[in-house]
Design a protein around this ligand. Structure first.
Ligand code: C2E
Ligand code: MG
Ligand code: MG
Ligand code: MG
Length: 291
């Protein structure tokens, strides 16, 4: 809602705005406590191939708030960005995701990749490269297994800084993906200049791919750009078999979405990996989620 301006130019905040401002301060204060007392945890959403076999996972943060229960990142990531806590939060996420990846490898569950979201402020932080390097070293993970998901918003800020930082990150061996591809300020030139490995098709294009010819055409174009630039392409927000069939038909062979699985706790993900390993001995074909 728009701020109502009074005669003298004073702003009269309505209750809704006041509540929102209050909630922000409240979240900010309790987020500090959350970081110090381990209230954050990661869930993992499978990324699968065209047979439904698990290739990897995207780590997604959750917060067990003492009064409000489990909060979604939508409720606190942008606040963390604004108040600067995103650096500490993001560092924790990278470390925790690498630790979990290492645990899975040690137990014989060899994922091809683990994806982690990186916010713009976190990416631009001068220590970011060191933080990534430290996590890789500490947990002894193969850097090429770690995918950093960044959004297009990072790119437009300063293209030459972005190229420099990405180049250093690539020299560590990690891989870089553009998240929510097509929803930001996309420029075809940055695709040429940045050392990228993957495009992730935003779920807003996948959602109506069956019924909206324009969405289908956008997806076709993204897949063709990715294939021509030799970038990996993955679709997110895949919710039904028709979408999978159409995406495969268009040349996209990697998927993430509720059709295959919702994000899982580490324990549930481990169980899922073990069930997949058994299943693979007996059957092939697309395996939809059982939840
Ligand atoms: P994202 O990186 O684009 O992640 C995909 C989001 O879509 C996740 O929401 C996921 O649970 C949801 N999703 C997956 N499949 C489906 C589907 O089939 N249908 C629908 N409707 N949704 C699906 P989530 O976990 O709530 O995360 C929301 C956003 O919060 C993420 O979007 C990402 O931008 C941000 N986020 C999550 N974890 C982190 C983190 O550790 N650090 C940072 N900086 N951002 C994070
Ligand atoms: Mg993501
Ligand atoms: Mg995304
Ligand atoms: Mg998204």
């Amino acid at each position: 809602r728009v701020k109502a301006k009074g005669k003298n130019g004073y702003c009269f905040f309505n209750t809704e705005m006041q509540e929102r401002a209050f909630r922000r301060v409240e979240i900010e204060q309790s987020l500090r406590v959350a970081l110090d007392t381990n209230q954050l945890f990661l869930v993992y959403q499978p990324q699968v191939d065209n047979q439904g076999n698990c290739l990897g996972a995207e780590a997604l943060v959750r917060w067990t708030h003492p009064d409000k229960g489990v909060l979604s990142p939508i409720e606190f990531i942008s606040i963390a960005e604004e108040c600067g806590l995103i650096i500490e939060l993001g560092t924790w996420v990278i470390d925790a995701a690498c630790a979990q990846f290492k645990t899975w490898s040690d137990n014989g569950n060899h994922l091809k990749k683990i994806s982690v979201n990186v916010s713009p402020k976190q990416f631009r932080d001068i220590n970011f490269v060191n933080i990534v390097r430290d996590a890789i070293k500490k947990h002894q993970i193969n850097p090429k297994r770690l995918i950093l998901e960044i959004t297009e918003g990072i790119v437009i800020k300063d293209i030459s800084d972005t190229i420099d930082k990405m180049t250093v990150l690539k020299s560590l061996g990690v891989r870089l993906s553009i998240d929510d591809f097509g929803t930001g300020y996309s420029s075809l030139r940055y695709l040429k200049e940045l050392p990228l490995d993957q495009l992730k098709i935003d779920q807003s294009f996948v959602r109506d791919i069956i019924n909206q010819p324009k969405d289908a055409m956008i997806v076709t174009t993204i897949i063709s750009i990715a294939n021509n630039l030799e970038l990996n392409v993955i679709a997110e927000g895949v919710e039904n078999k028709e979408q999978v069939t159409m995406l495969i038909d268009k040349g996209c062979m990697q998927f993430q979405g509720y059709y295959f699985s919702k994000p899982k706790t580490a324990a549930d993900f481990t169980q899922y990996l073990e069930e997949q390993a058994i299943d693979n001995v007996h059957q092939f074909g697309i395996k939809p989620s059982t939840n």
